[in-house]
Write a protein that binds this ligand. Structure first.
Ligand SMILES: O=P(O)(O)O[C@H]1[C@H](O)[C@@H](O)[C@H](O)[C@H](O)[C@@H]1O
Ligand SMILES: [Mg+2]
Ligand SMILES: [Mg+2]
Length: 268
């Protein structure tokens, strides 16, 4: 990794730790978990999500004034979600807000950094690490001996819920050892990277949910795919992250659909 990128990554790690501390403290303070809603009654946000995103963006801007941002809460406030070739920080200040609101203790501060529309950190084969320890995906080749992670998302339209359950039924019927969900895409992807689950899939995620996790999975030896096979498109809101191409064949069991893309022009 060149010095410039290393410098950017060091800053990302430092600000993620600072943000993590704010989230940790807020978990113990009911007032900081006061809930508001966004696209639906189950799409939650708190002042802490907004505060943490602000903290990260301000800190980065001070050091790298020309860089661009895609942040979950900035997009919710009306900013464009467009990935250009410019250096861009892709931020989910609290991935797992529903968990956060309920003190269910699995949340992540997710920060990805892209240049030329490619997520940069780790792309040079330097590996993925958790507190200095290298991460490695599971070597399981048999999907029948696998744990698959997924989520139910926050879209409760009947047709969407039907498709989610249809995929789940197909996967349980393979049969797999188990199905799990941490309540956060970023944590699920780190679970794939650390070998605790063999694969994670979800339709309905956003680019800020998966940008950082995608490079962590790949650097830990895993593969990314679209839910209908083929290359993943981080703006498509569909993802499969697996330990290897064999387990990634769960895509055959997924009842795929196409939510509105993250980079779709705003409707008038
Ligand atoms: O909104 P936040 O940042 O908490 O992120 C989302 C999760 O990451 C999804 O996997 C999950 O399915 C939910 O949609 C959740 O909202
Ligand atoms: Mg999220
Ligand atoms: Mg979030």
């Amino acid at each position: 990794m060149d010095d410039v990128l290393q410098n950017i990554m060091d800053h990302a790690v430092a600000v993620a730790r600072e943000a993590g501390q704010v989230v940790r403290e807020a978990l113990c303070d009911e007032k900081q978990r006061d809930v508001m809603t966004k696209s639906s009654t189950v799409d939650l946000v708190t002042q802490t999500d907004q505060r943490v995103e602000h903290l990260i963006i301000q800190s980065v801007k001070k050091k790298f004034p020309t860089h661009r941002f895609i942040g979950e809460e900035s997009v919710a406030a009306g900013e464009a979600c467009v990935l250009t070739d410019d250096p861009t920080w892709i931020i989910d200040p609290i991935d797992g807000t529903t968990n956060f609101v309920h003190s269910f203790p699995f949340v992540a501060v997710s920060i990805g950094f892209s240049v030329d529309k490619k997520i940069q950190f780790g792309v040079e084969g330097k590996g993925a690490f958790c507190n200095g320890e290298p991460l490695q995906v599971s070597d399981q080749e048999d999907v029948r001996r696998s744990i698959i992670a997924t989520e139910f998302g926050s879209n409760r339209e009947t047709e969407t819920v039907e498709k989610i359950f249809s995929s789940l039924r197909n996967i349980l019927n393979i049969p797999v050892h188990g199905v799990r969900g941490a309540g956060t895409a970023a944590v699920n992807m780190c679970l794939v990277a650390s070998g605790c689950v063999e694969a994670y899939y979800e339709v309905g995620v956003h680019v800020w949910d998966v940008a950082a996790g995608s490079v962590i999975v790949e650097e830990a030896g895993g593969v990314l795919m679209d839910v209908e096979g083929g290359p993943v498109d981080l703006m498509s809101r569909r993802i499969v992250a697996a330990n290897n191409g064999t387990v990634a064949h769960i895509v055959k069991e997924i009842d795929a659909f196409s939510p509105t893309r993250d980079d779709a022009p705003p409707t008038q």
